[in-house]
Design a protein around this ligand. Sequence first.
Ligand SMILES: [Zn+2]
Length: 465
Amino acid sequence: MTIQLYNTLTRKKEEFFPLEEGKVKMYVCGPTVYNYIHIGNARPAIVFDTVRRYLEYRGYDVQYVSNFTDVDDKLIRAANQLGEDVPTIADRFINAYFEDVSALGCKKADIHPRVMESMDIIIEFIAKLIEKGYAYESEGDVYFRTRKFDEYGKLSHQSIDDLQVGARIEVGEKKQDDLDFALWKAAKEGEIYWESPWGIGRPGWHIECSAMAKKYLGETIDIHAGGQDLTFPHHENEIAQSEALSGKTFSRYWMHNGYINIDNEKMSKSLGNFVLVHDIIKKHNPQVLRFFMLSVHYRNPINYSEELLESTKAAFERITTSYQNLQHRKEASTDLTDNNQEWLDKISALHEEFITAMDDDFNTAKAISVLFELSKLANYYLLEKNTSVGVIDQFTKQFEDLFQVLGLTFEKEELLDEEIDALIEKRNQARKDRNFQLSDQIRDQLKDMNIILEDTPQGTRWKRG
Ligand SMILES: [Zn+2]
């Protein structure tokens, strides 16, 4: 069986085969690093990390590139507000990004290019587009001549005429046509800038991905991915820039993940329902967040709420508990049971189901339901009077393999004893100060970490639950 994936370009599930046998070139649009990432940024990070893991599991050598947008309007605004420079802000939030996504089990990309470090290739790309007549300079700005690229709109399935209706020239833009978009922006007073053949300025947003993908993966890549909101205009513009320059297909498959709602509402700054990963993982096991994200097919919308995360936690723990129970039983097991093959067959049937689910457009929702089946089967097996080391090992291997593909681990994150003692001391002080809100908060925090407190006349004792 081969992997089938849904290609936004053709709006169909297609059989996946990379251009070069055994090798997959994959590019995923990364975040703009002006703040901690919110839960909407976490979804593509988790989803496409899982796609990569699965492709690797199926034997492909995946070259994975994901950029950081470290220069743009939002960064410039943040720098002005905080009285810092753009590179300082970018460095801080790139570090924070790595901290957050590694807690979520995402592997680092092979290359994480940054705009600031890619200025030469971006300028060269733009210069070549001008040479070919696809771009023009206008008072220090450079624009892409959208109408000259015949296939514009093919990814978002819109015609040039549909697009014309919504297009307009923004104040300060010096373009020849409403549909043209900026490749280079002349520096405004007080903004960070770079030297270019068109004067000082900085790149527009879309050009970076075209330039970086070309440099690190070549003119034609296999999979280009990102959030659904990037389909238009960002990815449409990337295609126009790249294909105008090379005359070749830019990306053979386009994958987009669906939106996230918070408490059934669209996440937006104005609604004040912005949820930062940084905050969630202080309170919840990041693995549970990952498991939650993968429990819905990546193309479907997902609704996030604290309650849903809580119930996911319970579900996740059902699986890890089965795994741990198997480990405990191993010592008491023999190799003398006579129904080994029957159990081994059941396990391998579930393994096949898992592969079938993942082959079908990376259906992690279905794959997770197979994990629950495996957990049920393991629990059922543990009811047997005699268990076999061989069967237990096979169960263990299955759990571990499937967890690894999904980017999950069985390692428990635990608080160190001294961290617990320090929290208890803080709670005792809070109680003395009659600050019961704080003392209850600490008790709940410990409870979340599975630490149970017992207040005795001799002081507070604790144990791991
Ligand atoms: Zn991009």
